[in-house]
Ligand binder design. Structure first.
Ligand SMILES: [Zn+2]
Length: 453
């Protein structure tokens, strides 16, 4: 029988949840324009102050973009270090969190004590949906407390009552041994780290002489778990079946989506604090939650004191896997299919690197390893006029001779499925670099060491 974190909200018809959220948003907006100079400005136009009875009524409100938040943080002063969108006083703010800042200057977000409680509840909700319970011993591997996956994730585990082992920050070898010694039963890891661990786990076990207690893996931080071959590799290497994908966004709430026991797409678990819309990325039009629909996720925080967002464009693109689930949860289930920031353009065709990976790894399973990288010339390169260079690794099972033939076969498959031309190199097994944290799917050629023609 399914256990829920918040049975009432999780099983109420989704239209009713959205109706309740619309009421919360309607009550929040006038005060928000008093608290945040940024939203006072963005919502200045009177025409958008119409009555909000459903999430459809949000449509006239302008979107909030990451660039807006960036600009709002240019205007900091001593009593407002978070800039124009600081909507609480310093005396009420108790914590700053930061974006990872991998693309430029990091953004900062603030939390009041109430915000921290809400984060902990929402994130615990995601971990609970993903199967974490009080008696779990959880390895938390994020090394930086200040990022969205740091303290907030840790608070979520402790809220459930699980035993938090914050191993992030130690050298990888130590992390893996400590996981054995502490009899870790559950692990939160990026897909890359889970893949890495799957390859090393039994070897480390032999060294420590301690049998594995690991039963549950929660993935997060990068896409890939939607891919059956990647899932299977991790499940086999770690000898477990419990593998759940999760997703959030530091700008909004660090973990909002999580997979239930059916392991078929992530439910929205932040409904108590955040409303989510699906929109067409080009027109900005709202889309209904319908099986098979794809669009960009847009979030509104209606219970956030310090740095709230209204209709924030996440740049995350999702596929709606289902709107009903045997677990009884009513929130839509999605898979993340890519980020706007990752999109490549081949002669006017948009393509997500993850779409290339998913096609190749799925179609050619058994002949190629689920490791692939796409090469570009410059960090900011988005457009390709020539075939996009793709490197993939053969499995041990494949002899050297058919590698070229396989490369041509992959090129043809990508061209016919995605209308994109790629130039594939199939390398021998274990030749592509594997990171332990996140494996970049797209890398700049200069950083590669070896050029590919
Ligand atoms: Zn479910």
């Amino acid at each position: 029988m399914t256990e829920y974190w918040n049975a009432e909200l999780e099983t109420k018809p989704w239209s009713e949840v959205e109706g309740w959220q619309a009421g919360q948003i309607a009550a929040m907006l006038p005060a928000l324009r008093q608290r945040s100079r940024f939203y006072a400005r963005l919502h200045r136009d009177a025409s958008i102050r119409s009555t909000i009875r459903s999430l459809a009524d949000l449509a006239p409100l302008p979107f909030t973009l990451k660039d807006h938040l960036r600009a709002a943080q240019q205007t900091t002063r001593a009593d407002e270090p978070f800039g124009d969108n600081q909507a609480a006083t310093l005396s009420d703010i108790v914590q700053a969190i930061s974006s990872s800042g991998t693309t430029g200057q990091p953004l900062y977000y603030a939390l009041t004590q109430r915000d921290i409680e809400r984060f902990a509840d929402a994130i615990a909700h995601v971990w609970f949906t993903a199967g974490i319970r009080r008696d779990d011993v959880v390895a938390h591997l994020v090394g930086l407390p200040m990022v969205a996956g740091g303290l907030p994730y840790a608070d979520g585990f402790r809220r459930i009552g699980a035993t938090l082992c914050w191993l992030g920050g130690f050298p990888t070898e130590r992390v893996v041994r400590d996981m054995r010694r502490l009899r870790v039963t559950a692990l939160l890891a990026t897909t890359s780290f889970a893949q890495y661990l799957a390859q090393r786990w039994s070897e480390i076990g032999r060294e420590t002489g301690i049998p594995s207690s690991l039963k549950k893996v929660i993935g997060g931080g990068e896409p890939g778990l939607g891919q059956p071959e990647i899932r299977a590799g991790i499940q086999q290497g770690l000898a477990l079946t419990h593998l759940r994908d999760t997703m959030g966004l530091g700008d909004v709430l660090p973990s909002m989506w999580g997979e239930c026991e059916l392991q078929d797409g992530m439910h929205f678990n932040a409904q108590r604090y955040v409303a989510v819309e699906l929109i067409a990325p080009d027109s900005g039009e709202q889309l209904p939650w319908r099986d098979g629909a794809t669009g960009e996720l847009v979030y509104t925080t209606f219970a956030r004191d310090a740095t709230p967002v209204v209709r924030y464009r996440s740049r995350d693109h999702a596929l709606v896997v289902g709107t009903r689930c045997a677990c009884g949860r009513t929130s839509p289930r999605i898979r993340c299919i890519g980020r706007t920031d990752d999109m490549l353009i081949f002669k006017g065709m948009n393509v997500f690197p993850s779409a290339i990976r998913d096609l190749v790894v799925g179609r050619f399973a058994g002949r190629v390893e689920p490791v692939l990288r796409i090469l570009k010339d410059r960090q900011d390169q988005v457009r390709f006029d020539d075939a996009i260079d793709v490197e993939i690794e053969a499995t041990e099972a494949l002899d050297a001779a058919p590698r070229d033939a396989l490369a041509r076969e992959i090129e043809a498959a990508v061209r016919s499925q995605l209308q994109v031309r790629v130039a594939v190199t199939v390398s021998p097994p274990n030749t592509l670099p594997r990171g332990t944290y996140k494996n970049a799917l797209v890398v700049v050629r200069d950083g590669v060491g070896k050029g590919t023609a």
